[in-house]
Design a protein around this ligand. Structure first.
Ligand SMILES: Nc1ncnc2c1ncn2[C@@H]1O[C@H](COP(=O)(O)OP(=O)(O)OP(=O)(O)O)[C@@H](O)[C@H]1O
Ligand SMILES: [Mg+2]
Length: 248
């Protein structure tokens, strides 16, 4: 579904991606890990076509992100943004059904409300939540709303950027489980960025670790603990000492 070949991206003198190769098969769940500033978000923005690569290629379902038909391209994706990124001034149902209210869908308010209630139920929220505002909800509830929004238009591909940051361990577990279940039941292709190793283990089929501009290690989640890769070992075991230098 997603193929990235020899992707390079620099900002001025700073090289961020220095030959990234990655393949995500349809219906698989890929989790991207790597230290702060290693280019995970830049990679995501390249795939969405929000940033243009310096060289290399990206294909999503056979389409280059810099296609002229950007609307159709972006229709393939659902996205759970870091920090929720809900619209404070809109009620929850309009947040969830935002895309369905415009563009090619243009549903009526009552149809959009109905779908919002159904998606909210899927993520474990009561119908009454549909008529509340983001400011009235806890962080965990806001994440669920973000998840409901990501799946509302039933996209083929879903991106999750730091889905559990700021949540307590139990709520993180709940969100991880929901993500896994939903991805499986929708048959969607998923790409998740996270620092949370419990998310990696709960969500991933495959894992890719970014380090110094390249994919340092990639493989099945079950092979992660016996990879023999000192960089991956240091990262997943949270060791301060190892080949990756922490800037102190
Ligand atoms: N638009 C931009 N202009 C200049 N530099 C940028 C831009 N976007 C990202 N960078 C730089 O690229 C590097 C990678 O940033 P990125 O946001 O991808 O990191 P990350 O891996 O997502 O980190 P984190 O885990 O902290 O979110 C950083 O050094 C950042 O400063
Ligand atoms: Mg980031």
């Amino acid at each position: 579904m997603i193929t990235i070949k020899d992707l390079h991206k620099s900002f001025g003198p700073k090289t961020v991606l220095n030959g990234v190769n990655m393949h995500i098969a349809a219906g698989h769940s890929m989790v991207i890990i790597g230290g702060s500033g290693t280019g995970k978000s830049v990679l995501l923005k390249n795939i969405l076509g929000l940033i243009t690569p310096d060289s290399g290629s990206i294909e999503v379902n056979g389409i280059d992100p810099n296609t002229r038909n950007r609307d159709a391209f972006l229709d393939m994706f659902g996205m759970l943004f870091q920090g929720g990124a809900l619209f404070d001034s809109l009620p929850i149902w309009q947040n969830v059904s935002f895309r369905l209210l415009q563009g090619k869908h243009k549903l009526s308010n009552s149809e959009a409300h109905e779908i919002a209630v159904e998606k909210l139920r899927r993520v474990g929220l009561r119908p009454e939540v549909a008529d509340q505002y983001p400011g009235e909800l806890s962080g965990g509830m806001q994440k669920r709303v973000g998840l409901a929004r990501a799946i509302a238009a039933e996209p083929e591909i879903i991106f999750f950027d730091e889905p559990t940051t700021g949540l307590d361990p139990i709520m993180s577990g709940v969100i991880n489980e929901l993500i896994r279940e939903i991805v499986v039941e929708m048959g969607a292709t998923a790409m998740t960025i996270t620092h949370d190793m419990s998310s990696v283990r709960a969500i991933a089929d495959e894992v890719a670790m970014l380090h110094e501009g390249v994919v340092q290690w990639t493989g099945k989640v079950g092979d992660m603990d016996n990879s023999g890769d000192p960089y991956l070992d240091q990262f997943i075991n949270a060791r301060p000492d190892g080949p990756i230098e922490a800037i102190r």
